[in-house]
Design a protein around this ligand. Structure first.
Ligand code: FEO
Length: 399
């Protein structure tokens, strides 16, 4: 249902309490999400974005309850991904000639998905659309989240519609970020950034600098997922600048998978060694086949160092480690250290292969890793503890 934001703008999106997976099964959304579409009723009536395909009929029905949809003068599609464009077919069936403003790449992505010759009006950064008392200014924002993404600034109202940027996968009965439990809000904002925008840190940084350079007065940031930033919207902008600049906390994350618990025991002893010499560092130990991969990637994003362990099986490593290494590669992280470990019975290739993968993914490799044959005994446990200690010693040497 429509929720009024100010005299001219209302939220007309869909809160998806049930959503547990996003991007297929790639992203876990245990807190649900929302697809935020916005309706602007100035002298002209403008719709910014739509909602995900399964809710298309509900969306159009809701719109019809609020306005005569034939009176929509313009649709702004800030991003073609289906969670925002999914209701277009249902909507355009009724108002086929309504202009759709989007970037040139937006035309490609929407045409590519829906195969329709709608009335597209490609826009670039700086292009404007006067809607009466206000003017909409478009700002291309490629890779936040796709090459087609753009933001829309509403001059006069001082509102930035930022699509995926500054969003969170968080369903809420509330509309504004200041109304919800802050720890949950920030955890979801960080999880969203780490899992969706982390690979594009350089572009995020550049785009924010560009927007700051425009000296736009921004009183509110309206993203396409989650809560609206109403109070101090600059707080999420500042966070994005931190996250986009090789973010790391004083944290070491140990990832492992295990067949008969030897590699798990190694992980625990390595953690013991780290803690013996550094009581302040946060240590997270995660089993990649049991822990949620979205949480794993978030912890990797927060870490200054990761240690990745797998036993050797069939001359390689376990599939959950392969999956997580591939996801880590895609994050394009910089300025983080890594090492590998694992047990083996016969050939023992996994540690070298994991090390190679981490190196290719841009990690600074601390050493050749630690491999142990068969089950760790007391002596081998001590070696793991020493290995853990050496991780911190390496840190100190490099300060
Ligand atoms: Fe929320 Fe990139 O779509």
């Amino acid at each position: 249902m429509k929720k009024q934001i100010n005299e001219y703008i209302s939220w007309i999106g869909k809160t998806d309490w049930e959503l547990k997976k996003f991007h297929g099964d790639e992203f876990t959304t245990n807190k649900g999400s929302s697809y935020n579409a916005y309706l602007i009723q100035d002298e002209k009536t403008v719709l910014i974005d739509t909602v995900w395909l399964p809710y298309d009929k509900e969306f159009v029905k809701n719109l019809k309850q609020e306005i005569d949809i034939s009176k929509i003068d313009a649709i702004i599609m800030q991003h073609g991904e289906i969670d925002h464009s999914g209701s277009l077919v249902e909507l355009m069936r009724e108002i086929p000639d309504t202009p759709i403003y989007c970037t040139a790449n937006g035309v490609k992505s929407i045409k590519g998905q829906y195969h329709q010759e709608w009335n597209f009006i490609p826009v670039k950064t700086g292009d404007t659309l006067n809607i009466g008392k206000h003017t909409l200014k478009f700002i291309e924002a490629p890779m936040l989240h796709w090459p087609d993404t753009m933001f829309t600034y509403m001059e006069g109202a001082d509102v930035l519609f930022s699509n995926d940027g500054f969003g969170q996968h968080l369903a809420s009965e509330y509309l504004y970020a200041d109304e919800v439990e802050q720890s949950v809000l920030w955890e979801q904002a960080l999880t969203y950034y780490a899992n969706i925008l982390a690979p594009f840190g350089l572009l995020v940084n550049k785009k924010i600098q560009e927007i700051l350079g425009m000296n736009l007065k921004i009183q509110m940031i309206c993203p396409s997922h989650g809560l609206i930033w109403r109070k101090n919207p600059e707080q999420i902008v500042q966070k994005y600048l931190e996250w986009a600049n090789n973010y790391k906390e004083n944290q070491i994350t140990i990832l492992y998978d295990t067949m008969w618990n030897s590699t798990r025991k190694m992980a625990e002893s390595i953690a013991e060694g780290i803690q013996e010499v550094d009581k302040k560092v946060t240590i997270k130990i995660m089993n990649t086949s049991r822990d949620d991969k979205t949480e794993v990637l978030t912890e990797v994003f927060k870490s200054k160092m990761i240690l990745v362990g797998s036993p050797t099986v069939n001359n390689g490593y376990l599939h959950s480690i392969a999956g997580i290494l591939e996801m880590i590669r895609g994050m394009k992280l910089k300025n983080k250290k890594a090492a590998a470990f694992g047990s083996y019975g016969w050939s023992g290739e996994a540690v070298g292969q994991i090390t190679e993968s981490l190196k290719k993914s841009g990690f600074e490799i601390i050493n050749d890793g630690m491999k142990q044959m068969w089950t760790p005994d007391e002596e081998m446990k001590k070696q793991c503890i020493e290995f853990g200690k050496s991780m911190i010693e390496n840190e100190k040497e490099n300060v």
